[in-house]
Structures are given as C-alpha cells and as structure tokens.
Design a protein around this ligand. Structure first.
Ligand SMILES: [Zn+2]
Length: 921
C-alpha cells in the first residue's frame, strides 16, 4: 500500500500522521497523477473524440492532472479515459482531490469505473473553486447497463459536465479507494428474492446505514447475505443487518459460526432465526402504534455506551417488541412518545453479542443516527471510534461552502468589518479553534469518543460563525413546503405558522391534493384519511398562517395517484380507461392528461381551492408526465390524430421514433400546458390577486422533451407569476449555476424562487449547508427560495439557526411588488433605463406607486442612490458609476391603495456585472 494523502492541508498534518495508523482503513492508490510531464500523462489518459489532450500542473511538490473543458464550444461535456485493471471488491469509498478554475462553467463532475458491459457511475456537484476532497461511497454509485463485478474494473473515466459556455479546466489529484476491512453491512438479497415487494426497503435501509457510517468516517464493506456461506464475513468484526427479514439456512448457519468466533451483530426490526437467540433476546410480537407519535424518539440517557446521543428521532409506525433474556442483554434505549411519556417495549437492546433496534432506521435526524451507529459499532470495535474521530477532525472546517478552516477563517475576517455580528463571529471562531485543539489532544491520548465529541462541537461553532456572518435580504419570497399537508411542527398548523413567522418566513406551500385525493373539503376529489382524522387542512392552514402574516400557496400534485389515493379511486379510473399507458402497453397509476374528464377534474380541483379558500396562490407540482414512456393510451392516439390531423400508421412506434416523433412531443407538451393555462386564467378571473407558480425541473429543455414540461413557454405566455425550479444540489455554487441559467432562459421576466432540498430521504443538509444554498441563489439573482420540507427533520430548532441571520426582513415579497422594466444598453451595461411596467393585482385596488432607485450589492445593501423612480408613462435613464462588481438595481417605495392604506415594497433588476474597462470608457 503506497503512502496516501501525501499532500495534505498543513493544519491537519500533525494529527494525520497518527491517523494513518487507523486500523480499519486501507488505501489503494489508483492514480497519484505524478507524471513526469504532460507527454507522460497523455500516454495514459486519452480524450474522447475531438477534445484537447490532458496536461499536468505542479501541486505541492507533485503533480495534478488537468482536464480541459472547452465549453465555449458546443460539447455538453469533457471525457477522459484511462485503461487500468483494478480489484475494488473490498473498497468502501472512492476519493480524489478536485479543483475547478471556473465553477460557473461546470455543473457536475462524474467518475466512471468500467467493468464488463457497463460501468459504475459516481457524481458530485461542482460550483466552488479551490481544492476539495471528493468522497463517493460505493453504495451510492449508480449502475449503467450491465457492469461486471467490482473486482474486474478495466478502466476509469472522468467527465466534467457543462453548465455555462465558458472554457475551464478541472484538476484532479490523489485518486484512491478506501477499503473497510472490519465492518460489514449485509444486504438481504435472499429476503429480496423471497419477498420482492420489500426490495426497496431492504436496499434502502442498507444504503442509508452505509451513508450514515461513511458520513461519520467509518468505512464498512457492503456484502450480500448469500455470499456469507462462501466466507464473506471472514475477518469481519461487526456485521450490521439493516433490514434482513429472511435468511437462508446456510446463511443462518454461517452467522452462528461468525458469532461463535467472536463476531458481533447489529440488527434492526424483523429478525429471522437464529438471530434473536444469538443476541440473547426473545421476540414478543409485532405491534403497530396505537396513536400518532407513540414511538417518536429513542431515549438513551444513562445507557452507559460511550458516544451515544442522548436522544434520537424516529417516529416509527410499528415496532417489534422484544425481551432481553440471555447473554447479558439489557435495554439501552427507550421509546418516548410525543407527550413525553416513556413506552414499555424497549427501543434498543444491547448484549454481549450485539444489539437490536425495534424498527429500521427511518430517514431524518441523520446527525444523531450517525452518532448512534458509530457508538454501537465502536462499543464492540473501538477502532471504529478512532476512524470517526479522525474524520470529524478532518471535516470540522467543512462548513457552508468551505472545505477547510483556513478558507473559512479568511472569509470570516473579510465579512467582519461593519458587520453587526462581528463579535459573535469571532467568538464562535475562537470557541471552535479551542474545541478543535481539545479534540486533537484527546485524539493523541487515544480517547476516541472525547475526540469525536470535541471535533463535532468545533464544527458546530465553525457553522455558527458562518451563519452569524450572513445577512438577511429584504423583499424575498421566503417559503417552506410541507409535504404532509398537516404542518411541519407537532402542534399542526397553528404551531407551524407561529414558528415560521418567528423565523422570518413569509410563505408556505402546503401539499393539499394529489391526482385523486384532497386534504380539504373538495367537491370533486375524494377526501383523505388526513381530512377525516384531522379536519380540513387548507382551512386550518389559511386561518393559522394569515393570523401570523404567512402567505398560503396551495400545492397540488397533478395527475399522480401513486400516494395517499384510495385503491377504490385508482380502480375506478382504471376501469374508466383514464390512466396513463406506457409505450409497452403497461398501465401507470397516473391520470392521462389528454383525457377530457381528467383535465376537467384537475382544473376544477385547483379552481375550487381559489374559490372556496382565501389562498394567496396555487402551486403546480408534478405538472408533467411521469417519464418519457407515457402516455400512449388509445385515447391519446385518437386525440393526437384528431388535434393534429395526422395519422399514425404504426402505434406507438410512429410517434416514439418514427416520422411523428416531434409532432407527438409538441402535442404532449400542450396537454400539460393547457392545464396551466386553464387554471391560471380561471384563478385570475376568480381572484386576480392569486399568484400562480409551478415547481419545475431544472434541466430545461430536457424536461420539455422527456416529460412534456415546457415551463419556459408558460412563462413567455404569461401563465406564471413566479417560478420555483427544483434545484436539488449539494452545494451553493451548484444552485447559483442553476438559477443563473434559469433566469437567462426566461430573460428575467418573472421572479425565480428555487426549491432547495434541505431534507431528502437520502440526505439532510445542515443549517450552514442550507444557508450556503440560499446565498448561492442570491448570488445568481433569485428573488426568494423554498426550503423543502418543513417536517421533524427541519423543525423549529433547525429553522431558528437561520432566523434573523440568513432569513428575515419585513418588506413583502417581490412577487407582490409593482413591476419595473430595466432596459440595459447592450454595448454598455452602465447605461440603463428604468420604467414602470404595471402593478400586480392586489387584494385591494391600487391608486399610486412611488419609490426611489438604488444600486445594491447582492445582499440588498445600498451602494448608490439614483433618485426618484419614474411614474406612469415616464422612464428614467441612468448611468451607473460604481466600481467593478455584481449589482442589482432596486426600486424601493410604497404602494398606495384606494382605501388610503399603503404597502412598502422592494423590487430588483437582474444582476448587472460592471467591469473596470467600462468605467474608463
Ligand atoms: Zn393517454
């Protein structure tokens, strides 16, 4: 094994020398890129097609590989290949250093590992400049075509993907595989074969545990249970069974031998024989919860296991009740209900041979779940605690958009002058440095749990410093979505609205209806169980939110019947021929958009929300086809031929790949667009002040061709008041790239307020990572954002860390402000003309608009005052005299209503970049 990580960040050097001794980690150096010169690198790395050759550049005494990305041309990406024979069967993670000189040019960076007739694909978002360590867990590599096994890798490819039309260079260095030798996660392949409906749960639970452990720096080998009889557990100290409801006889025997030989088991939920006996527990029964929140949290207080979090959130719907009976088994975790009462059946049992948890680990609470897993594994195998401490120290400075403490320090220093929280920022940095030093001292003394806890505390303080260094921006549309439709806080809508208002939000997107079910009193859709149990959610939401000054934009999931919808309704639709049909004749549980009855149902469901409730807006979601394979039902055939007066001789080949392919794609888009049109016009006719928005895919125009979602056309037709692109990304820089592209696509016609995915099953962003995405959106000229999703994983304590520092302000959102046109001189961006372009319809008639023009930085701070805003038919030419930088023009003023009341507002232009050269001119 070669020396790994030869070049490391200087602050980490001292303790990293010790870290190399970590027991469980082994490093395979795949390519250190220390080629003698560019010619030598070109012997090994070859470009695809017409791309330029690679070069090498000096880096810390060695060299790094440079991949040209000539993206000012037409190509969608760069691709460089190396032949290499590798056995990565024991690898748990692939790592490399990555640096991009112009992050706005590159969206994602993909590594492919070729094997057999396919490959394994791992991707990361780019978006930031500077060197960073990329770590991709093996469990998160996607599969393309039919790859061979990981022990027969035959090649590697790197591919940066274009985001902007700029020439750039990606540099890579220190490509390595890390193997986890002593811990194994066992995927229940046998269970999947015996219970195919559980396949997703089995793989999902295993993937989640792999990601949590990897995130905590503990590497685990991922194996399948059917390989255990053939020796897959040889050398393993701790085996984790995330959800393995069935075991074959031979696997069961092999696990018995594993435990007899000293191996430990960490198990979850449904345990087949002989696992209960091996663990010293007795299964009592399976039980469903009797009321909401009965198994809300696990309490570990006083459990005596080092490093265990005091509490961990779960909210399980059902559990397996067990009793400790042998092998010194004892309860270490108790269920606690939402009312704070401890429940009788145990949540977690620990014995001499392993541990058992009464349910699978559910998505959410990732930080404490990681602590829980590390504490359990380290209890049986202390080296894991060392690995976790090591990683926590190394990553303590990975905060917001930064990858190390030095860059963060520089940033904080730069932000401090004149900042109202400069003192807090410095105090947090000082505390962080102190905790990090303590952590390293514990590490040197081999006190792993203490080192881990201190490093985590250091990271928290670094995050505090970053959050304190932000500034809220006035006039943003600041929303959370709520997928359950019942509010994100345990107390329902009243508590949710109060928390949102206290945390500086001014809008909420409650999920109120699907294709075949509603949480409100609908005359056209069946009511949900939620409605029957908890009452009319839209009425409760509007009442609570308006009391606290929060707008309600009712969220409708169109067409989709796959969730919440009753079987009865789905079968009724199937019998009526109203479901989508794929190109291979399979029926999907989505309503066919071209079916007249479905179009009517969707339109009426959305309009009745406007008619019957005091909503501030409607948001379309799933306003598209499920994928590119639908819809090709008989009805679509007939209606397509009728609408276009064209005949498909062979159906569906003529429209999927034949002569009518483009005509069909266009017609398919129109089936979606006509719903947006009908609802937008209908809603505005009922209540002109209602705002229409849509959650749309970020990858336009792909979404037009694939799923019929032509949102740019909707904007150009004036059907949307603002747009909510779903910008799922892992970095603020990536969000910035996406928003910039989206504003360009629609020429800044309407506000862009992206959805930022803070909580996903696979990943929960920390508050500082979320802040970095909000900042990224602002840097591109967004007028607001939606945080997905207000839920236990993002409840009051989480939101309060953003409140007042990242999120806040008392001006109404720009989505309600009067409209101004900003016409830039194409040759000279310092010349601009501002003119009023109408008021938006409000709840009351508008009688006047007055304001002043200001040049602002991207945080909404005044740079220059540019006089009064023009009124009525006038326009105001301006010359901008500020120094080089990115700015927005703002009109700040007051709307006067006919009833003599007023409303303040701020509305901003697109970003303008001023350079030195124009200044001289
Ligand atoms: Zn159809």
């Amino acid at each position: 094994m070669a020396v790994a990580n030869r070049r490391v960040r200087p602050t980490l050097l001292a303790w990293l020398v010790a870290a190399r001794l970590c027991a469980g980690l082994e490093t395979i150096v795949i390519d250190a890129f220390d080629y003698a010169d560019s010619a030598a690198a070109r012997q090994v790395w070859t470009p695809a097609a017409e791309l330029p050759q690679v070069t090498v550049a000096g880096r810390d005494g060695g060299r790094a590989l440079c991949l040209p990305c000539p993206f000012s041309g037409d190509m969608p990406r760069s691709l460089y290949h190396r032949d290499i024979k590798l056995d990565l069967s024991l690898a748990a993670r692939i790592e490399f250093d990555l640096c991009v000189d112009k992050p706005e040019a590159i969206g994602q960076f993909t590594i492919y590992l070729i094997s057999g007739n396919g490959c394994y694909r791992g991707s990361v978002d780019v978006g930031e400049t500077g060197w960073r360590r990329v770590r991709i867990n093996k469990a998160s590599f996607a599969v393309e075509r039919t790859p061979g096994s990981w022990d027969r890798i035959t090649g590697i490819r790197f591919s940066p993907w274009k985001a902007g039309a700029i020439d750039a260079t990606c540099m890579v260095d220190n490509l390595e595989a890390k193997s986890g030798g002593d811990i194994a996660i066992i995927i229940g392949a046998y269970s999947v074969r015996k219970m195919p409906t559980e396949a997703q749960a089995v793989r999902g639970c295993a993937g989640r545990i792999a990601a949590l452990l990897d995130g905590a720096g503990v590497m685990a080998r991922i194996i399948e249970d059917e390989d255990i009889p053939r020796g897959a557990l040889d050398g393993i100290k701790v085996a984790i069974l995330p959800y393995n409801p069935r075991l074959s006889e031979s696997t069961a025997e092999a696990i018995k031998r594993f435990v007899k030989g000293g191996g430990k088991l960490i198990t979850f939920y449904d345990l087949p024989a002989p696992l209960p006996e091996l663990l010293g527990i007795r299964l009592v029964k399976w039980s469903a919860r009797e009321r909401d929140g009965q198994f809300l949290e696990v309490d570990f207080s006083g459990c005596g296991v080092a490093g265990m979090p005091p509490r961990m959130r779960q909210d399980s719907g059902c559990i397996f009740e067990v009793e400790p009976v042998a092998r010194n088994a004892r309860v270490i975790g108790q269920w606690v209900a939402a009312d704070g009462r401890t429940q009788k059946p145990p949540a977690v049992v620990l014995s001499d041979t392993g541990a058992f948890m009464a349910h699978t680990l559910l998505p959410g609470d990732a930080a404490r779940q990681g602590q829980f897993l590390v504490a359990l594994v380290a209890h049986f195998y202390p080296s894991a605690g060392q690995d976790a401490a090591n990683a926590a120290i190394e990553r303590a400075g990975e905060v917001g958009p930064f990858f190390d403490t030095l860059t963060l320090e520089r940033y904080i220093r730069g932000r401090a002058p004149g900042h109202p929280r400069a003192h807090d920022m410095q105090a947090a940095m000082d505390k962080a440095a102190k905790r990090l030093a303590e952590s390293k001292a514990h590490y040197a003394a081999r006190r792993w749990p203490e080192a881990l806890a201190a490093a985590d505390a250091a990271r928290e303080q670094f995050a505090e410093a970053y959050l304190a260094a932000q500034r809220p921006v006035q006039g943003e549309w600041r929303a959370v979505s709520n997928h359950t439709g019942t509010g994100g806080e345990p107390g329902g809508w009243e508590e949710s609205a109060r928390v949102l208002a206290e945390c500086g939000f001014n809008a909420v997107l409650p999920d109120m209806a699907w294709g075949g079910v509603a949480h409100y009193k609908s005359d056209v859709l069946p009511q949900s169980d939620t409605f029957r149990t908890h009452g009319d959610q839209l009425a409760q939401c509007v009442a609570a939110c308006h009391k606290h000054g929060i707008q309600v934009h009712a969220w409708k999931l169109c067409w989709n019947l796959e969730w919440v919808t009753s079987r009865e309704f789905v079968e009724q639709m199937r019998a009526a021929g109203r479901l989508q049909v794929t190109d291979t004749g399979e029926t999907r549980e989505w309503l066919c958009p071209s079916h007249p009855a479905n179009f009517k149902l969707e339109t009426e469901a959305m309009l009745e929300m406007v008619r019957n409730y005091d909503v501030d807006g409607l948001m379309f979601d799933a306003i598209r086809y499920g994928d590119s394979h639908v819809c090709f039902c008989d009805g679509c055939r007939e209606r397509f031929q009728r609408d276009t007066a064209r005949k498909a001789a062979v159906w569906p080949p003529d429209v999927t790949q034949g002569p009518l392919r483009q005509a069909y794609r266009d017609w398919r888009c129109e089936q979606i667009t006509r719903l947006v049109r009908a609802v937008s016009r209908g809603a505005h006719a009922i209540k002109p002040h209602v705002r229409i928005s849509a959650a749309v895919f970020h990858n336009y125009p792909n979404c037009r061709d694939e799923v019929g979602q032509d949102w740019v056309a909707w904007v150009k037709e004036g059907l949307l008041d603002f747009v909510i692109p779903m910008n799922g990304a892992t970095s603020g820089g990536a969000v910035q790239n996406m928003v910039k592209g989206q504003i360009d696509l629609i020429d800044g016609r309407i506000p862009v307020c992206p959805s930022l995915f803070v909580t996903l099953e696979s990943r929960v962003l920390t508050p500082d990572q979320s802040a970095a995405q909000i900042v990224g959106a602002r840097q591109a000229g967004a007028d607001g954002f939606n945080l997905f999703d207000h839920s236990p994983a993002m409840s009051a304590p989480y939101l309060r860390r953003l409140a007042g520092r990242v999120i806040g302000g008392d001006l109404p959102p720009a989505t309600d402000a009067p409209v101004f046109a900003f016409a830039w001189d194409e040759a000279d961006p310092r010349e601009v003309t501002v003119s009023p372009a109408g008021t938006r319809d409000m709840r009351k008639p508008v009688s006047s608009v007055i304001g002043r023009i200001e040049l602002q930085d991207l945080e909404g701070r005044a740079v220059a005052q540019l006089g009064p805003a023009p009124t009525a038919d006038r326009s105001q030419p301006l010359r901008l005299a500020a120094g080089p930088g990115d700015y927005r023009l703002a009109v700040i003023g007051q709307v006067g209503f006919a009833d003599k009341t007023t409303m303040p507002f701020v509305v901003r232009s697109r970003i303008v970049t001023l350079t030195e050269r124009q200044d001289i001119k």
